[in-house]
Write a protein that binds this ligand. Structure first.
Ligand code: BG6
Length: 480
């Protein structure tokens, strides 16, 4: 019963930033390629008063702004699917009218909640009382799901009071990214990596999520969150879990999530000395001057816009293998990548001839470039009269070249379609979210106990120098 294809989609937060930038454009792009069920009606709701037509005009503006012209083919048809119902979700009153607008779907209803966390509970209550939370309804929840373990449990309990876990779809949009899914193909559809994927052969792993953007106008939200809650608690820990998990028995929701949660529960509590936090000051990115965080915010703040962490996974496979994580705003470039550093060869037969074999390195580029590059040692051509020279050469796969045909899709295209069709594989289960919060809460507690304040870094740099020192102490250099 869980796998019905919904013929109604109810979008909360429909006038918000995410809806305008991502959700409506993604749905429209799917529609243009006839990937939405012809019967699907999309009911949009938010607090502002708009008629259906006024909302469609607003949606058209977003589509024209955020969707490339060549993907807007079905825009008129798409806009016709949209209707709008104003609702103050903080009070129960409007929910009956909303239910009336949604009507009675033939197959089922998919709800997407992209609202302020404070509206989660009243919204769930309203849905329940108005009959919108029936057993043919599934619900997608956009982050942030709380600000710590306790508040996330309150939200999860409220949702669980109206929906069983199999109909709750917690979104982490990184799981919708093609290259993130490709990690699983790389690990589990090839024979050569898995035998080496452990502490015997891997020395350390780095995960970097670097952004050039700053606050982007999200003043209230970001200052209460900071980089640890905004990026590490969710996206980075999901990446870590995919890199570190045991082979799942199948590519199904239960199997994949069972393996991820085991990793998340094996994360060792980090002490403050294994973390670095930073906050950007005015600087320049790509030749453009940018203001400091406190200037963008309009007041001084102790919120971290950069964090680096040396993490450990206490299990058999990863014993003694550090995972270096770092993320920050206003860094020199937008890059998300995972680097797997292998150990050196156990004995170099070339050392007597003056050559040094560097350890192999696997670089998995997630964005902006989707590529996989394996550095292999090769002999520099020559007669070797002065000794042998070895040099790393990359075995490079650019996904765009390897798969020039298929359309590249945004994470939300994938996730919205999975929500409508009921596939939970790329959504986060409650126990995962809770394990993530438990780990992150302990880090925050350690910072508070030690009264740690973020160190200044210049916008356009790779964060505070202490982040470089964090890795260099172990003889590790961040991949840049
Ligand atoms: C969001 C964060 O979850 O992810 C933002 O709240 C961040 O602060 C964004 O900018 C990054 O997503 P992406 O897909 O651009 O890497």
């Amino acid at each position: 019963m869980n796998r019905f294809t919904a013929d109604r989609l109810l979008l909360f937060g429909a006038t918000g930033d995410l809806a305008g930038r991502m959700l409506l454009p993604s749905l429209c792009a799917l529609d243009a390629e006839e990937l939405l069920d012809p019967a699907l009606e999309i009911v949009c709701t938010a607090r502002s008063e708009f008629s259906d037509q006024e909302f469609r005009n607003l949606a058209r503006e977003s589509l024209e702004h955020f969707l490339p012209a060549d993907r807007r083919g079905g825009m008129a048809t798409f806009l016709n699917r949209l209707t709008y119902q104003p609702l103050d979700a903080s009070t129960p009153e409007g929910f009956d009218d909303l239910a009336q607008k949604v009507g009675t779907p033939e197959r089922g209803l998919a709800i997407f909640l992209s609202t302020a966390p404070s509206l989660f509970e009243p919204t769930i209550r309203g849905l329940k009382h108005s009959g919108l939370a029936g057993d043919r309804t599934r619900i997608g929840l956009e982050k942030p799901l709380g600000t710590d373990l306790a508040s996330s449990c309150v939200i999860n309990d409220a949702v669980a009071g109206a929906f069983p876990e199999r109909r709750i779809f917690r979104i982490d949009h990184y799981l919708g990214k093609e290259t993130v899914q490709n990690l699983l193909a790389l690990r589990f559809a090839n024979v050569m990596f898995e035998p080496l994927w452990n502490s015997t052969h891997i020395e350390h792993v780095q995960i970097t999520v670097a952004e050039t953007v700053g606050l982007e106008g999200r003043v209230g939200f970001y200052d209460d969150a900071g980089a640890l809650r905004d990026m590490v608690q969710n996206h980075m820990l999901q990446l870590l879990a995919l890199v570190a998990m045991e082979p799942p028995v199948s590519y199904e929701a239960m199997a994949v999530r069972d393996e991820k949660v085991k990793v998340l529960r094996s994360l060792r509590a980090v002490n403050a000395a294994e973390t670095v936090t930073g906050q950007y000051r005015a600087g320049a990115i790509g030749g453009q001057a940018v203001p400091g965080y406190d200037e963008e915010l309009g007041k001084p703040s102790d919120t971290e816009t950069f964090v680096a962490i040396k993490a450990h996974i206490d299990n058999w496979r990863w014993n003694g293998v550090p995972f270096y994580l770092r993320t920050g705003k206003r860094l020199p470039e937008r890059t998300t990548e995972i680097i797997v550093h292998f150990r050196p060869v156990p004995h170099s037969i070339f050392s007597g001839r003056g050559a040094r074999a560097e350890p192999n390195k696997l670089v998995i580029g997630i964005q902006p470039e989707e590529n996989i590059s394996l550095s292999l040692m090769a002999k520099v051509p020559g007669l070797d009269r002065d000794g042998i020279r070895l040099r790393p050469v990359p075995l490079d796969i650019a996904m765009d070249d390897a798969f020039a045909g298929p359309q590249r899709r945004s994470a939300y295209e994938r996730l919205l379609l999975d929500l409508i069709e009921g596939d939970q594989t790329l959504f986060v289960r409650r126990d995962e979210v809770e394990a993530q919060w438990a780990w992150v809460d302990a880090i925050r507690a350690a910072w508070e106990e030690q009264g740690l304040a973020p160190k200044a870094y210049t916008a356009g740099s790779w964060g505070p120098s202490a982040s470089i020192a964090l890795a260099e102490r172990d003889g590790v250099t961040w991949h840049e």
